[in-house]
Design a binder for this molecule. Structure first.
Ligand code: AQP
Length: 334
């Protein structure tokens, strides 16, 4: 708790340009949480390094991710929005927690199995110990809640296991985080392979809508979205493409599946795809305009980065010092 508010932790990796999936599934909901929670949101740039990055592009992309958080409406005065790599306690606690995590537990992580299959030429130790760094991210801020998608649930569970193991030996050091059960965001699927989630690192640019895509590109990508050929707008397991478009339209307009089916009853896919595309153009417009303003005001973003890095450092350091003391590491001479 900070004051009378519970603490919430989340973040995104700077592994690609943010997609509509990242926005509707996470970012849009984060914006509503700061009244109720004390929120910490990281640009998880250390995590991004498990995959090889081009340094110049990576630097730009991480800053762009930060600016997008703000452009989307995350108020950097109310939320602590910061770069993971600027706060050295993440890497430090990550190491310490490595010594409280078992190889067997890490070997069971499905994301490790998936990612090592995808990057078979670079199965580095960071990919394997990724969940430990994630545990450090969350535990450093004594987070009470973590909004997680189903694919991250296993990582939250290992975080709880590591924290409980540590607390059982050294006393009440870490808050045991819970999954945030709130209004869950839609899970948005790829426009080209609608049984696969929309991902910022997908190599096919037509599979994802990027938050900074211009209106023509957005409409074109929706027109090309892969669907079945029966031309009936119905929400059904066996129609993944149309189901995904209904989910997107529902998320952008607030309409229910039934309302959408009714609205497009007897209409063709062409008309529906155009309506979905236009609704996405509409919700992204204010974000894109704000992004332009922020990109033109470098000193403002610099100043919020500095203030928020300091805030993150302050809170995380309190936990790190406590852990170091519990472990018996020699105290600093002041
Ligand atoms: N398609 C999606 N639908 C709904 N939510 C999504 N998220 C990601 N894709 C979708 C949510 O966005 C946040 C981003 O988390 P991340 O950057 O740690 O990585 P991720 O979940 O692996 O996202 P990506 O876009 O698929 O990245 P890459 O391509 O690098 O693996 C999370 O809250 C996630 O639930």
């Amino acid at each position: 708790m900070i004051g009378d508010k519970k603490i919430l932790y989340s973040g995104m990796q700077a592994t690609g340009n943010l997609t509509l999936g990242n926005y509707l599934g996470a970012l849009k909901n984060w914006i509503t949480l700061s009244d109720e929670y004390e929120c910490f949101y990281g640009v998880m740039d250390l995590h991004s390094l498990t995959v090889r990055q081009n340094p110049a592009e990576f630097r730009k992309r991480a800053r762009m991710l930060y600016t997008l958080y703000v452009a989307a409406g995350l108020d950097p005065e109310k939320n602590c929005v910061y770069f993971q790599s600027h706060v050295s306690s993440h890497a430090e606690l990550g190491w310490l927690l490595n010594c409280f995590t078992y190889m067997g537990e890490l070997s069971r992580m499905t994301q490790f199995k998936d990612k090592s299959a995808k990057h078979a030429d670079n199965i580095n130790a960071g990919l394997f110990t990724y969940p430990v760094l994630m545990a450090a991210d969350i535990l450093l801020y004594q987070a009470d809640v973590v909004p997680v998608g189903a694919d991250q649930m296993q990582h939250l569970e290992i975080t709880r296991d590591i924290a409980t193991r540590f607390n059982n030996i050294y006393g009440d050091v870490f808050t045991i985080p819970e999954a945030y059960i709130g209004k869950s965001g839609a899970r948005i699927m790829s426009l080209q392979e609608p049984t696969k989630k929309m991902s910022k690192s997908d190599e096919n640019v037509n599979a994802s809508i990027y938050l900074l895509d211009d209106p023509d590109t957005i409409i074109r990508k929706f027109k090309r979205a892969v669907t079945d050929s029966d031309n009936e707008i119905r929400y059904s397991e066996d129609k993944p493409g149309i189901r995904n478009l209904i989910d997107i339209y529902g998320a952008t307009t607030g309409k229910s599946k039934e309302e959408i089916e009714k609205e497009f009853d007897g209409k063709g896919y062409g008309e529906f795809k155009l309506a979905v595309g236009e609704s996405v153009v509409d919700i992204l417009k204010p974000l894109q305009e704000r992004m332009k303003e922020l990109e033109a005001d470098k000193s403002y973003i610099d100043s919020v980065i500095k203030a928020n890095d300091e805030k993150a450092q302050y809170f995380s350091m309190k936990t790190l010092r406590k852990v170091q003391k519990k472990l018996g590491l020699t105290e600093r001479i002041r």
